[in-house]
Design a protein around this ligand. Structure first.
Ligand SMILES: Cc1ncc(COP(=O)(O)O)c(C=O)c1O
Length: 393
């Protein structure tokens, strides 16, 4: 059967999360599984107004084919925001609009990866990156992360063993672990990479969702010619628009544009214009503040419930933002066994194992705190705590 399909697609495991989400979409489930933004935070009325304006004011232009790079006013908005929020000098020409950050990953695979190209990813790593890089048959080298960021000694080991072309990281409120790289850790990573030919992909869909403290510097500050930025409106506006972007070092742009043409010619003109209208008519900072306050409350509710109901020896991360936290059970305990019991009680989460490309992580799992309501979080965590106590130690 496998002979029917390309080696490329046979190399990609189906997303375990999508499988769990099928179970978790049952309305009686309390789901800590997906990475869904909370539906009540979608700015529906403002997006409807923006849509009507685009139909009225831009009519046929908004419904026509357009250029691959993307709608210029939207690219200008993104460039300005990089400067205002992060002091990064990025111009409109540096930005390629993509159909979600996920497409940025796919385009990088198309443009930079051959069979066996060495790539570094985090352990645990974002599943969508594992899938995209596996499709292009990269050789995935993992570097573990701790609560500080990358484990530098392991990074240095891997850099000594192979010459990776790419390194993919999510330094802010990482998916799946919720951890954020400290400034010192970022500097150490940058120092380790400075003399290597490796491009660093900084995927930052959650960076604006910070509850405490202040933003840590982007790798683009430390390695301006080597850092590829991926961004997204999925978590700050809505995921259904599928609007993201990539900021590559200039020499990569031309080939990325060609790869994007091959994929889909361009991201929906209409959706880009609607989003742009929304951004010019509304204050994104105000909206992001509402999201941050909401997720901060949800996160605190989850952490308080974990503190109350989980056995004291269970380790969990304390995220500074984003949508996830990460739990490590005792060494011999299995999060897959826990999931089976939890599903019977209508609770879903994602076991850690699929985030580990080289095996391991069997005693870990990811909890999402953005989508369930506060009562459901409290009740669900209480039940999970009871089930953990019933696991063999
Ligand atoms: C780390 C990371 N990168 C990329 C994506 C995909 O984002 P988008 O909706 O922009 O494709 C996600 C989505 O959950 C993510 O967690």
């Amino acid at each position: 059967m496998n002979e029917l399909f390309s080696d490329r697609i046979n190399n990609v495991a189906p997303s375990f999360i999508r499988e769990i989400l099928k179970v978790a979409s049952n309305s009686s489930m309390t789901s800590f599984a997906g990475g869904l933004p909370h539906r009540e935070l979608f700015p529906i009325a403002a997006l409807r107004e923006a849509t009507n304006k685009v139909y009225e004011d831009q009519g046929a232009d908004a419904l026509q084919y357009s250029n691959t790079e993307g709608f210029e006013p939207l690219r200008e908005y993104i460039a300005r925001r990089y400067w205002e929020k992060q002091g990064l000098p990025i111009s409109m020409e540096d930005i390629l609009i993509t159909s979600g950050a996920q497409q940025g990953l796919d385009l990088l695979g198309k443009v930079l990866i051959n069979d066996g190209t060495e790539v570094i990813i985090e352990e645990p790593a974002y599943l969508g990156a594992i899938q995209a890089l596996s499709l292009y048959r990269a050789r995935l080298n993992t570097v573990p992360i701790s609560t500080e960021g990358m484990v530098i000694s392991k990074l240095v080991d891997v850099l000594g063993r192979c010459k990776p072309k790419l390194m993919y990281v999510v330094p802010n409120f990482q998916n799946p672990s919720g951890i954020t790289y400290t400034k010192d850790n970022r500097e150490a990573v940058a120092t380790a990479l400075r003399d290597s030919p490796t491009f660093l992909v900084e995927d930052d869909p959650y960076g604006e969702l910070r509850f405490v403290g202040s933003r840590q510097p982007s790798f683009r500050h430390f390695l301006p010619d080597k850092t590829i930025l991926l961004g997204s409106f999925s978590k700050t506006v809505v995921p259904a628009f599928r609007l993201g972007w990539i900021v590559p070092p200039r020499p990569l742009m031309g080939k990325l544009v060609i790869a994007k043409q091959v994929s889909d010619l361009h991201t929906s003109t209409f959706v880009q214009r609607v989003l742009c209208q929304y951004l010019y008519d509304n204050d994104l900072d105000t909206h992001v503040k509402t999201i941050v306050e909401f997720y901060d409350r949800q996160c605190k509710t989850m952490l308080a419930a974990i503190g109350e109901y989980f056995p004291k020896e269970i380790f969990y991360t304390n995220p500074e933002g984003g949508m996830f936290l990460w739990v490590t059970l005792l060494k011999k305990q299995s999060s897959m066994a826990l999931l089976e019991k939890a599903i019977e009680k209508n609770i879903a989460f994602v076991p850690g194992h699929p985030f580990y490309v080289n095996g391991g992580g069997d005693n870990t799992f990811r909890l999402n705190f953005s989508s369930a309501g506060e009562d459901a979080i409290h009740g669900g965590i209480a039940l999970l705590g009871k089930l953990i106590r019933e696991l063999p130690a």
